[in-house]
Design a binder for this molecule. Structure first.
Ligand SMILES: *[C@@H]1O[C@H](CO)[C@@H](O)[C@H](O)[C@H]1NC(C)=O
Ligand SMILES: *[C@@H]1O[C@H](CO)[C@@H](O)[C@H](O)[C@H]1NC(C)=O
Ligand SMILES: *[C@@H]1O[C@H](CO)[C@@H](O)[C@H](O)[C@H]1NC(C)=O
Ligand SMILES: *[C@@H]1O[C@H](CO)[C@@H](O)[C@H](O)[C@H]1NC(C)=O
Ligand SMILES: *[C@@H]1O[C@H](CO)[C@@H](O)[C@H](O)[C@H]1NC(C)=O
Length: 497
């Protein structure tokens, strides 16, 4: 009864939002059953404040947890080093307060079925804006777990983490399962893991009001070790891991090993370029498959090492949609800019990009009489502007004396020259490098691209699947091209089992 009352009290005052709770988590409030500090979001902070959720010096206390777990009868994966089974499934407790989880007062959850998403969603712990920031069921944004193969936490930097499992429909339940790819063993039986989440920013609607409309990210670091790993498991391709990038068209998604998304903590540490209310998420929109990420290994990383042939620009021939026969592309080794006397028209003619005399670059939907769907908001007194792609990967609006009024973020030298920008039939300007990596995209002003997807949509059929059990070096693990190898390695795994 006392616990239940305290939980109610906590809910009504919660300023915390969401965290992962477990004896392995770094937490200065480990001995507090009513803790919610770890659920606080990370935004506008210097590195030492946001990194490790400020808890580098609050490692798990094995003495405390051994006694508490014994008292509560908690035995399953209850140690201060979380056991992640290779090629298996593990559970994380997610909540705004430890009191909601088995690691609180009683060893039990405050709901009957912690694996069930609340139904009805409205007014549940997960629906409330201060907690999961998803006032509608379909607003759930996706969460992820990353791993760093380093035993000494003081040696770990953000780029030492690679995301190895993702759940699109998360956080939506107190007990969430995650599936694991073919992870190799950890050095000294100790890696470090972290749970990551960025909620949607439903900017411009009433859903996020009244507080903090454009936040934030969450990180709960914990001690972990990979168990049941196969002796010949491939290594994660950390050397070629990158920051995730948005891909409105699923065929543009470049997957492979990716770092956690760092957004709006500070300009130096951020690795995601999304502006305003366009939160990046662990979702299809950012190229994350649901479940185990099997393409993160040296044997399966699909990021091309060589240039990808560029398709010929087939200009839209519709005389109404494209009377002046404009193309949809500028490239740093071809026609690299356009002025206010030209336009870009998407391949089907559905969208056009127009540079106004005042330097404002706008995208219009040609089948809608409404206004622009995106713009650089970079109009400036004067004239003589052009939109251009530079040799080092900047998409910018610039005038005759080199005065830049708009510039793509986090794209300079991010890929391999030559770079190009294309206006797509999704109404989005996309920058690609010579390997075909999608480096930058414009966004939709109405927020429908970042907020409009739902967490239950199946992965796009165009995405390849990867066989991370194929351990033969030098071969890609793209199953669709590797059936014979797949069968071979299946045999090898059966032999191991
Ligand atoms: C760990 O927990 C034990 C038992 O509660 C306590 O005596 C000890 O001071 C704790 N250690 C630290 C470093 O907090
Ligand atoms: C994960 O949990 C869901 C219920 O939330 C269940 O339907 C599913 O079978 C579980 N998956 C695995 C692999 O255990
Ligand atoms: C959700 O928020 C509403 C409105 O503030 C509140 O009445 C309700 O108790 C909350 N429910 C939970 C489970 O957090
Ligand atoms: C373009 O306009 C059509 C017709 O109004 C609409 O169905 C479609 O969603 C619009 N697309 C975008 C990206 O605005
Ligand atoms: C470019 O813009 C800057 C800032 O408005 C202005 O000072 C400069 O004269 C412009 N140059 C040209 C060639 O228009």
């Amino acid at each position: 009864m006392r616990a239940a009352l305290l939980v109610l009290f906590v809910v009504s005052v919660a300023v915390g939002h969401m965290a992962m709770w477990h004896p392995s988590a770094f937490d200065p409030e480990q001995q507090n059953n009513n803790a919610n500090g770890n659920a606080n979001p990370l935004a506008d902070m210097d590195y030492n404040t946001w990194w490790w959720h400020s808890n580098l010096n609050s490692p798990p206390n094995a003495t405390y947890w051994a006694a508490k777990n014994q008292r509560l009868g908690l035995t399953k994966n209850a140690g201060t080093v979380f056991e992640i089974p290779a090629n298996g499934v593990f559970d994380l407790d997610l909540a705004s307060n430890r009191a909601f989880t088995q690691w609180g007062w009683t060893g039990k959850y405050t709901v009957d079925d912690p694996r069930a998403a609340p139904n009805p969603w409205k007014d549940s712990e997960f629906a409330n804006v201060t907690n999961a920031h998803a006032s509608k069921r379909m607003d759930v944004a996706g969460c992820a777990v990353g791993i760093a193969y380093k035993s000494n936490r003081f040696d770990i930097k953000p780029e030492d983490f690679v995301i190895f499992t993702v759940e699109h429909d998360c956080p939506a339940r107190f007990l969430q399962n995650f599936s694991t790819p073919n992870l190799p063993a950890c050095p000294n039986n100790m890696c470090h893991c972290a749970w990551f989440w960025i909620h949607k920013s439903i900017g411009g609607t009433d859903q996020m009001l009244p507080i903090e409309p454009d936040i934030q990210q969450y990180m709960t670091p914990f001690q972990c070790n990979v168990v049941n790993s196969l002796a010949n498991a491939p290594q994660i391709d950390y050397a070629n891991a990158r920051a995730p990038r948005k891909c409105a068209n699923p065929s543009d998604c470049v997957q492979g090993p990716r770092h956690p998304m760092i957004w709006k903590v500070n300009d130096q540490d951020d690795n995601m370029p999304q502006p305003g209310h366009n939160a990046p998420t662990y979702s299809i929109l950012f190229g994350f498959k649901n479940g185990a990420q099997r393409d993160i290994f040296t044997t399966t990383n699909p990021v091309p090492k060589t240039n990808k042939p560029i398709s010929t620009e087939v200009i839209c021939s519709d005389a109404t949609l494209n009377p002046n026969k404009y193309g949809y592309r500028i490239s740093s080794n071809g026609k690299s800019s356009f002025t206010s006397s030209e336009q870009l028209v998407s391949p089907s003619g559905a969208f056009k990009a127009v540079l106004q005399g005042d330097g404002n670059l706008l995208i219009y939907n040609q089948s809608s009489s409404g206004g622009a769907i995106w713009g650089c908001s970079c109009n400036q007194a004067g004239s003589g502007f052009k939109a251009q792609i530079t040799n080092d990967g900047l998409f910018q609006v610039v005038n005759g004396s080199g005065y830049v009024t708009f510039q793509s973020k986090m794209t300079q030298n991010f890929g391999t020259a030559p770079y190009r920008v294309e206006l797509t039939d999704k109404g989005v300007l996309v920058m690609y490098d010579s390997k075909g990596l999608d480096l930058w995209e414009s966004w939709l002003w109405d927020g429908s691209d970042s907020n409009g997807f739902d967490p239950l949509t199946p992965d796009p059929a165009v995405w390849p699947t990867y066989n991370d059990l194929a351990v033969i070096n030098g071969n890609s693990g793209d199953v669709s091209s590797l059936l014979p190898l797949f069968l071979l390695s299946l045999g090898a795994v059966m032999a191991i089992l």
